[in-house]
Design a binder for this molecule. Sequence first.
Ligand code: PLP
Length: 399
Amino acid sequence: MEISNRIRGFQASPIRRLSPYARAAKERGIKVYHLNIGQPDIRSPKEAIEAIHSYPNDIIAYGESDGDLALRKALVKYYHDYVDVDITVDDILITTGGSEAILFSLMTLCDPGDEIIVPEPYYTNVHSFARMANVSIVPVTSTLEDNFALPPLSLIEERITSKTRAILLNSPNNPTGHIYSPKELETIIGMCRDHDIFLIMDEVYREFCYDNQKFTSVLKYTDCNERIICIDSVSKRFSMCGARVGALICRNRNVIRETLKLSQARLCSPTVEQYASLAAFGAPPAYLENVKAEYEKRRNFIVKALRSIPGVKCSRPNGAFYLIARLPVEDAEDFSIFMLRDFSYNGETVMLAPAEGFYESKDLGRDQVRIAYVLNTDDLEKACICLKEGLKAYNNRTF
Ligand SMILES: Cc1ncc(COP(=O)(O)O)c(C=O)c1O
């Protein structure tokens, strides 16, 4: 019996594939600091937790395929109040996480064999979504030396072919922390207009912009409504990653109508979690303000701590809660395994995400890791000490 060649072509997630090593380390009694995954230690809004405890129905029933109407109305209000954008409930499909919204976008916009242009390094799971949709990712490379700014726009334009259906951007960016400026956005949108293609904009981290930088949502560019899809999620905003509630937002009725077929096929997104997400949108503004301040503090801390480790270089991200660091090793995956399998310092170690899988181009990112600064600064400090000692031990190994 054979399984498909298609599945063999997928990659195991670089964020999760070292988990068996982490599990084994924990079984040996070692504390593992997880810098590999964007799972914050921040509490979800108490309103959301209370909603789960007091869920009023006797049956956890299927909901509407396009999402709970009350939640969609809450999103309309949130966009008005917080994002300075007016949308209607008809522009929104609730999805099972932002992940499903990305997959649905590709399925709706692209035929098998089509292409999307994506700046790399990029959110690695897009690789798998593109494979599911049979779509090729055409990368444009951004670099640590440039603080991962958008590559020259001429380079992006050069990659557009008759098969290109969309440019996919993520701002604030995972894994680089880069935020696209309004000027960059305007130029990209202009390019999409000139070449008659879509822009998929993943804004799941839009609340987390630092150094007083103001975020401009792509949905503000209303003259290009027809060609813009915005990806949203409660996962990071409200530290509700396990709720699996996101949204696809688009003012192009045709896109919404056609995508709804996919929503109907998977019946609905989680019912109780949509109820909890609705409650989360009722949290006071101070909730998000405090969370953002906490991440900014962590960003400041980790950049300084990493830069003080000999041989380590990292960008200074101004959004989201990730960064790419270059380590003084040839193979960051081998080093990451070493940290989990062969090393501990005072009974502790660190789990990292090797960055190679965040690049589409071959041989890029081999000496880089993605770090998620989702732990409190005390834990980040201990994690950075482990990293420093681990690098010393790794580079002094005798074979
Ligand atoms: C850039 C980006 N987009 C989308 C997602 C998917 O989030 P979820 O499916 O949990 O909403 C993530 C998760 O880490 C992400 O980093």
